[in-house]
Design a binder for this molecule. Structure first.
Ligand SMILES: [Zn+2]
Length: 371
């Protein structure tokens, strides 16, 4: 796979971060926290976009990276909120070519705004990172925590998991727009939230086994977001404006937890490795949060924690709990369970410890109802 050649341009920033040290298991004694500066959340706040980005735009035009569906939905609202017509760059795929197109269009602009679901936000975030431009995240759905985190996933990188960039300078979350997104996307967001339960367990385990830095505060913050789903999944399942606001705030909070940790550790563990492995086996099947949710059920069982509670919370919000619901066959689940730990050997998780065989992976997937 092609390497994302410019990912290291901001070397001074990256070198401050402990998870980029030569050995990620060695605690260097310090790390950098990068957090979003401002968040504007509420109904109809899209009309305040111009004011929100004013300091960064500085009178210059801005770039808006967005998918075609989203463009048709919010173009008018975005354009009438900005003082000058923005440069629209359509993002069809979250890949390095899309990042290049945003970078090429960005000359003389003041900031980059990613409007949409995962792809536009990830592409905009990496383009802004390469150009040292401020990045604003304007989510139109709440399907995963990339809306606020310093991480981005792209195809065409040298690794099948997220890369570290910078968190958005600002997040503008219009609840009216997000609440009108398909319920499937919102349920997927719940899947990404419950996954913090096993991500934090994996982090604790790694700390014990390898001595890796563990941040109790950011771990607690991430767990709070998982509990926002686990403790009130039936109410959340209404996905009315109030529930969607809670969901968005919980997702923003997990991105902040990653910012405080200085790594994706509190947000991404064995369940994410499982999901990333499935991305390689069946790239078109299932949403990120859906795959992470299913992974969490199984990893929770491996950790001997409340996997049944995870499963019923996911069911309650309408998220899938079986691989067949997202078109993934049994053999892919088994392969992902046995091989997921190999895609990121530096990240010690319960999968590194258990070293599942085909037999134990099949037993795990069957006993949790995933296959
Ligand atoms: Zn995630």
């Amino acid at each position: 796979m092609a390497r994302f050649a410019n990912a290291g341009r901001c070397a001074p920033t990256l070198s401050l971060n402990h998870n980029r040290s030569a050995s990620p298991h060695v605690d260097s004694g310090y790390h950098l926290m990068e957090l979003p500066t401002k968040v504007l959340i509420g109904q109809g706040v899209i009309s305040k976009l111009g004011e929100f980005v004013k300091d960064s735009a500085g009178g210059q035009r801005v770039i808006v990276a967005s998918g075609s569906n989203v463009v048709s939905k919010v173009r008018k609202a975005v354009e009438s909120a900005l003082p000058q017509e923005p440069i629209w760059v359509e993002v069809a795929e979250a890949d390095t070519q899309s990042v290049d197109r945003v970078v090429a269009a960005a000359a003389g602009t003041g900031c980059i705004i990613g409007v949409g679901g995962g792809k536009s936000v990830d592409v905009g975030k990496l383009a802004a990172f390469r150009l040292h431009l401020p990045f604003y995240s304007v989510p139109t759905s709440a399907s995963h925590d990339g809306i606020s985190s310093p991480f981005a996933s792209l195809r065409g990188l040298d690794r099948p998991y997220s890369v570290m960039a910078k968190p958005p300078v600002g997040i503008l979350a219009d609840i009216e727009i997000i609440a009108s997104a398909p319920k499937r996307l919102l349920a997927s967001g719940c899947g990404d939230l419950v996954s913090k339960l096993t991500a934090v367990k994996d982090w604790e385990l790694a700390h014990k086994v390898t001595g890796e830095y563990y941040g109790g505060y950011s771990a607690s913050l991430a767990l709070m977001s998982a509990n926002a789903v686990l403790s009130r999944s039936k109410t959340l399942a209404r996905f009315g404006k109030e529930e969607v606001r809670d969901l968005v705030e919980a997702l923003i909070s997990t991105g902040v937890a990653a910012g405080i940790a200085g790594s994706s550790r509190p947000c991404s563990g064995s369940e994410h490795l499982f999901s990333h492995y499935l991305d390689m086996l069946a790239p078109e099947s299932g949403l990120h949060g859906e795959k992470c949710g299913i992974g969490t059920i199984m990893m929770a069982k491996l950790h001997r924690i409340e996997w049944k509670r995870v499963r019923s919370a996911l069911k309650n919000v309408g998220a899938p709990v079986a691989a067949s619901q997202i078109g993934i066959d049994d053999s892919a689940v088994i392969e992902a369970l046995t091989k997921a730990s190999t895609i990121r050997p530096d990240r010690y998780t319960i999968l590194s410890k258990k070293k599942l065989t085909r037999k134990s992976a099949t037993d795990l997937a069957r006993s949790t109802g995933v296959i």
